[in-house]
Design a protein around this ligand. Structure first.
Ligand code: PEP
Length: 251
């Protein structure tokens, strides 16, 4: 049975008191999860807070981004080693907001995944097409390219230690969710690409869906054969919503 994971991506939201309330609820509820892991990816300044609130619970935490450099004169960057020092298990790489708003390309994202793996953490590698790309009928081409550039770089051993997230850009933060069939079709394609490299990795790789996941649609999405959980933005900021999504991943 593949690992299920529900990962909250807080983006640039939060404050110390709001975080405390949310993290305490996540820590308490994570203990009741059996099949699914609950994780939160918080802004860098809140990693210490997440670590102290979640340490000893079944919940995990991580960064939303990471530098591809290990150290040096790179103002504003945060290395994978720094994330590890704060107990992170995960780091998101290649989120579409990083690709679109901060100009990150496939090659840089591949280096970031490698940097995360080198510190013994799990990169959550995001792939996904824009609306224009979907309308042009090139979803598979785009997602396949994004995945293959990273896979070529990190190799089978790296892939084995990674998690993938399919996030159609048109569904992120828009309230527009891919239908379960649309999500399943791309997840099955991604698993097929992996199978072309290594059947064992394809069988065990958790592939998360991201794009306006909420308590109301999570069970249906997670009920699809190749959907192994969710990467959740907006709904991860509301404890009851996020925890209901985590419970939906138990099914
Ligand atoms: C995300 O940030 O990865 C995301 C999927 O956001 P939302 O759930 O708000 O669409």
């Amino acid at each position: 049975m593949r690992q299920r994971l529900v990962m909250g991506n807080w983006k640039m939201h939060g404050s110390l008191p709001e975080n405390k309330a949310l993290l305490d609820k996540v820590a308490a509820a994570a203990g009741g999860l059996n099949r699914a892991i609950a994780a939160v990816c918080v802004p860098y300044p809140y990693l210490a807070q997440a670590q102290s609130a979640l340490a000893g619970s079944k919940a995990a935490w991580g960064g939303q981004n990471v530098s591809h450099y290990p150290k040096g004169a790179f103002t504003g960057e945060v290395s994978a080693g720094m994330l590890r020092e704060f107990g992170c298990r995960y780091a998101i790489v290649g989120h579409s907001e990083r690709r679109q708003l901060f100009g990150e390309d496939d090659a840089t994202i591949a280096l970031k995944a490698g940097a995360v793996l080198a510190e013994g953490m799990v990169p959550v590698i995001c792939v996904g097409e824009t609306l224009a790309e979907r309308e042009r009928g090139i979803t598979e081409e785009v997602v396949g390219r994004q995945l293959n550039v990273v896979a070529d770089r990190i190799g089978p051993e790296g892939l084995k230690a990674s998690v993938l997230a399919y996030e159609p850009v048109w569904a992120i933060g828009t309230g527009k969710t891919a239908t379960p069939d649309q999500a399943q079709a791309v997840h099955a394609y991604v698993r097929g690409v992996l199978a072309g490299r290594d059947k064992g990795i394809a069988a065990t790789m958790p592939i998360l869906y991201g794009g306006s996941v909420k308590a109301a649609n999570a069970a249906e999405l997670f009920g699809m054969q190749d959907v192994d959980g969710g990467l959740v933005g907006g709904a991860s900021l509301v404890a009851e919503e996020f925890l209901a999504i985590c419970r939906a991943a138990e099914g």
